[in-house]
Design a protein around this ligand. Structure first.
Ligand SMILES: Cc1cc2nc3c(=O)[nH]c(=O)nc-3n(C[C@H](O)[C@H](O)[C@H](O)COP(=O)(O)OP(=O)(O)OC[C@H]3O[C@@H](n4cnc5c(N)ncnc54)[C@H](O)[C@@H]3O)c2cc1C
Length: 304
């Protein structure tokens, strides 16, 4: 790339949120650079659901189609690389990448998503997104009425028990150790015929990510077809925090109603900013971010 120093906006993360922001900005004649490392959080899921016009399509196919559409605009450039650091300059920001390149822009958008931390249970990561599911709206219909487990504890377990019961009544809660539910939550769960198993889990027996049994530390096992779990997550990219962007208590990038972070000229969108994890949401906030940021830039330019 000839000129690494002259972008209006650098977008870190070129999946659904980043591409959507780039489309709005590229069409608004802003020079945009997308830097993307190619590891979206849903990459192991065979089919993505609940996004109009793309229901049941493989996640990478949706992203590839989006990328082709966005790169039709000569205002948008895309590099496959990992952004490793960022710094504020007189004119805006510089972003350095793993391959040693340095790019500069007036504004930044972070759309780098979240990284789910896989539970330390053998087989968990292999089943993630295939038969260990994070969201019933995305995958619940396909596994409705199946023998299903919830692998969670505390309030999260109560919330998931209440929610997943809408898709199947054949439900067992696995707390993987002593239950942290309140007595009231326990009574409510049991009243709906959901058993609570507190035994420690050592592994998930599976074939190519399709779970068959939960294996416990006492060597007993439990057959089932599907598990819901919400493992902890962290920001996929740490640069926003290093540039001073505040995070919420949940570990999401704090943004206002215009997707502006707590640091001037840095915006963020998609999963990294909101607990609603869905392609539709990422696309929507990404597009909004592009529009809000362009608006801010037109105001700045006009007042000069
Ligand atoms: C297992 C699973 C299954 C899912 N299934 C569905 C579904 O069926 N339907 C649905 O609507 N939603 C689904 N989701 C949710 C959906 O995948 C997310 O909401 C969506 O991917 C968020 O988009 P995003 O652009 O914010 O982040 P991501 O899609 O996670 O993309 C972030 C991008 O930023 C890049 N990146 C990160 N750090 C850097 C860096 N430092 N430098 C450069 N690039 C970087 C990553 O490589 C990645 O390409 C699923 C999620 C998971 C975890």
């Amino acid at each position: 790339m000839k000129d690494n120093k002259n972008f209006d906006v650098i977008i870190v993360g070129g999946s659904y949120a980043g591409l959507s922001a780039a489309m709005a900005l590229g069409r608004a004649l802003r020079n945009v650079l997308i830097i993307d490392s190619g590891l979206p959080c849903n990459r192991q899921t065979p089919h993505s659901h609940n996004f109009l016009t793309q229901d049941g399509i493989a996640p990478a196919v949706i992203a590839d189609k989006a990328k082709k559409e966005v790169l039709k605009y000569d205002t948008v450039k895309f590099v496959t690389d990992l952004a490793v650091s960022g710094r504020k300059t007189d004119k805006g920001f510089e972003i350095s990448t793993q391959s040693g390149k340095v790019f500069a822009a007036k504004k930044l958008i972070f759309a780098a998503g979240l990284k789910d931390s896989m539970l330390k249970i053998e087989g968990f990561s292999e089943c993630w997104g295939i038969s260990v599911l994070h969201c019933p709206y995305c995958h619940g219909y396909e596994v409705k009425n199946q023998k299903t487990g919830i692998l969670a504890n505390g309030y999260g377990a109560f919330h998931l028990s209440r929610l997943i019961r809408n898709w199947t009544k054949d439900l067992t809660l696995f707390t993987n150790g002593k239950s942290e539910l309140t007595q009231e939550q326990t009574d409510e769960i049991k009243r709906h015929n959901i058993s609570i198993v507190e035994k420690e889990i050592t592994s998930l027996k599976h074939k190519n990510g399709v779970v068959e049994e939960i294996i416990f530390s006492d060597h007993s096992s439990f057959e089932l077809k599907t598990i819901y779990s919400r493992p902890p997550f962290e920001q996929h990219c740490k640069i926003p925090e290093l540039l001073g962007c505040e995070l919420t208590e949940q570990g999401l990038i704090k943004v206002d109603g215009f997707q502006q972070t707590t640091v001037e000229n840095i915006f963020a969108s998609g999963d990294s900013t909101n607990p609603i994890r869905a392609v539709s949401y990422a696309v929507s906030t990404g597009n909004n971010t592009g529009v809000f940021l362009n608006n801010a830039m037109t105001e700045e330019d006009f007042s000069k």
